[in-house]
Write a protein that binds this ligand. Sequence first.
Ligand code: FAD
Length: 402
Amino acid sequence: MSVVIIGAGHGGGTAAAMLRQQGYDGSIVLIGEEPHPPYQRPPLSKGWLKGEVDADALTLRPREWYGEAKVGLRTSTRVIRIDRDAKVVELSTGDRVSYDHLIIATGARARKLVLPGSDLAGFLELRTIEDAEAIKAWFKPGFRLAIIGGGYVGLEVAASARALGAEVDVLEREDRLLARVAGPVLSGFFREVHEEHGVRFHFGCDIAGFEGLDGHVSGVRMANGDVVGCDAVLVGIGALPNDELARDAGLTCDNGVVVDAEARTSDPAIFAIGDMTQRPMSIYDRSLRLESVPNALEQARQAAAAISGANPPKPETPWFWSDQYDLKLQIAGMPFDVDQVVVRGDPGSRRFSVFHLSGGTVQAVEAINMPQDFMVGRMMLGARRSVDPSRLADTGIPIKEV
Ligand code: FAD
């Protein structure tokens, strides 16, 4: 038996390890186009930029592990085609590798901004170690960075850039930060914290293009003629799924490869995991494309269990984290159909949580420096039992008793 994994990122690397952990003893080939063994991306916008994390700490497993676990790791190699009839993948090297089971874990790529002037030098994006190295080389006191997009990656880079003394302007199309991924309480809180650290925000931005000087970007031009001067632009406007291989192979795709609760695609021999999948979320009765480490790990476990014949893992509540300055944000669940928002604690104290309820049931919790609220909130989500909002808001009652 043989398993081929396309994409040696967080999901692909974990799937290889899970297969071995679950007793699968057939051949495993892990193929990735990056020159590195699988590594973690979250520190790239956080500790790595500030020089607090080195390359060894990013790596999921040391290179020797792949030899010891008999995982054939092929880095700097791109898969260019999946031949489902022959059950073979074709590589950029010209080699063909056959599989009994295939796991696609090709992740996502940064969405590009195509506007007049976006071909000037000085545009940055953040997805890989190389991107992070390029960004790090720029940050120094007085350097002016314009960040397009007030999402997590943009805000984390803003915090790291300020820590290194750079000037930061964040340009956001919506009227609040994190508009797609967090509630208004959290948006307002993060705005305040970043402003205290000297970040300048511009909301409702309609960006018309970029100004240049000697071929290098020198400013962001709005439709109303305003210009925000800068020495570089970081584009953080979301990511697109790398689902082209799957689409070309005729697998069902809809903003990512459509998979079931076992991470299986429309071809029973092919699984897909991580950022590039559209997956069912049983607790919300809908399907979603998630971009988070816990999601990639959960689906790696699902695929490995299905292939090795182990018991399927229990469904997990989706969760996510973000670190900015001295704040640890942990989010569980998704705020769908919310009819009540309960704030537990005082945002001014920098330790509080926001619970999103629907019909008295917790749909999501956003916890700032409150790991226990996050943990209990996650359990509440899983249990689907209703809670008393007034008890939830009362910090005199320990969260476990709520
Ligand atoms: P990836 O880890 O992106 O791996 C996909 C791999 O496939 C890549 O190496 C890619 O080069 C390779 N590949 C693509 N196409 C091919 C091909 N044809 N042939 C061979 N190889 C191919 N998540 C959190 O939960 N918390 C965080 O705080 C957080 N912070 C983040 C910060 C940054 C800067 C970034 C970029 C992401 C962050 N994430 C965070 C998201 C998290 O890193 C991703 O959700 C996770 O990496 C997804 O794993 P994956 O395996 O799906 O994709």
